[in-house]
Design a protein around this ligand. Structure first.
Ligand code: SF4
Length: 389
């Protein structure tokens, strides 16, 4: 049995239950200032034969797991009980095996094509891959992929319709911003005009479209323009989903040196919240669903369907911004430690006490007792976010 198949490094948060199938390797652009994922790695296509071999590998593992489930008295099911018993008896197997087992546990219905821009693959080849995937793994009902807007702007709507007919259900675009000077500064390699064209092509083809926006990307200099111009571009596209993924700058990103030199000044959490408020206020005439499903986002509750949930989303931001400084600090630290998912959790008294004690300990270690907003404390909170990258 071929029990190996290649898996790339990332997927969108919403694809946690998807089978990961590597169609190309790395990113063909690889120049964005705020991105570290593929730095130092070369882009390459994989052949259709290689990808089919991987699909055969997944199929082999699926058959083996099902067979074991029957022989162990679990009637072919991949429940938690079965998987626990199976891995205890077999000693675990490798990464590919565990990944397929987890995928089956979640239903085995979704697949995500990796890496950064699968739509660069020739349409005829991608159609062949999609057909093969459906043929070998018929439980799959949803197939999604990342793609660059520039590539999609060059794809014809009829090609995208072919892909949709072959089973491509959703495309995720890392739009990040719709403000041209910021796109240039961040070396995103795309213009707002291309983003509109690429997004519209997808919408017209009937493939579901998810656009990722990066709050905070404009820094202090371009926060306002970033919010309003990104909204303007999205208003022209009307994607199914707008997903927020806040900026976090880590040392292995090119942007880091600009932060260190003072050329790029990051926004505070509160400023990012205000920026998102302006962004949501500027989204008009669209029926997109706004999602805040990335762990780096401070306010996970800012989610809803436009236009009907606009006030509800803005209300969450207003409630946060109206909190006293010490409460905001408590929430931010609790969120960055992974405790809080909503503002109402601030009322959990034992948790408050625990987080409050940690803050006091940090202040004490920094000789900053009673100082909620010192730079050192801000740095400590920012450092906590690195755990999630
Ligand atoms: S296009 Fe996407 S994957 Fe490629 S460098 Fe930019 S952000 Fe990273």
């Amino acid at each position: 049995m071929n029990d190996y198949f290649e898996i790339g490094p990332i997927r969108p948060p919403s694809e946690a239950q998807s089978l990961l199938l590597r169609v190309t390797r790395n990113c063909p652009w690889n120049k964005c200032e705020f991105c570290h994922t593929y730095k130092g790695e070369l882009f390459s296509f994989r052949t259709v034969e290689e990808i089919k071999k991987d699909i055969d590998g997944v199929k082999g593992i699926v058959d083996e797991i099902r067979h074991r489930s029957w022989s162990m008295g679990f009637a072919g099911e991949t429940s938690q009980d079965f998987l626990r018993t199976f891995f205890r008896q077999t000693g675990g197997y490798g990464h590919a095996f565990q990944s397929v087992a987890g995928w089956l546990y979640f239903g085995g219905t979704q697949a995500f094509l990796q890496d950064a821009n699968s739509l660069l693959v020739k349409t005829t080849e991608l159609v062949e891959i999609l057909h093969y995937l459906h043929e070998k793994l018929p439980s799959i009902s949803r197939i999604t992929s990342y793609a660059r807007a520039r590539t999609l702007a060059k794809k014809s709507v009829s090609e995208l319709k072919e892909l949709r007919a072959a089973g491509l259900s959703r495309i995720h675009i890392g739009m990040e911003t719709g403000y041209d000077p910021l796109l240039q500064y961040m070396k995103k390699g795309v213009t707002a005009k291309e983003q509109i064209q690429g997004g519209r092509n997808v919408v017209e083809s009937g493939i579901s479209l998810s656009e990722y926006v990066m709050p905070g990307l404009g820094g202090k200099r371009w926060s306002r323009e970033h919010a309003t111009e990104t909204a303007r571009v999205l208003n022209e596209i009307n994607p199914d989903f707008i997903r927020l993924r806040s900026l976090y700058v880590r040392p292995n990103m090119p942007l880091f040196s600009k932060v260190e030199s003072g050329e790029f000044v990051r926004l505070s959490d509160d400023e990012v919240a205000s920026e998102i408020k302006l962004f949501i206020t500027s989204l008009n005439g669209i029926q997109s669903t706004l999602v805040s499903d990335h762990i780096l986002n401070l306010l996970e509750e800012v989610e809803g369907k436009l236009p009907e949930d606009r006030e509800k989303m803005i209300g969450v931001i207003d409630r946060y911004l109206a909190l006293p400084a010490e409460e905001r600090l408590l929430y931010r630290v609790g969120r960055r430690l992974g405790y809080y998912r909503s503002l109402v959790e601030l009322q959990d008294l034992p948790l408050r006490a625990r987080i409050g004690k940690m803050i006091e300990e940090v202040r004490h270690s920094l000789n900053r007792e009673g100082d909620p907003l010192s730079e050192e404390i801000e740095r400590e909170i920012y450092r906590l976010m690195e755990n999630y990258i």
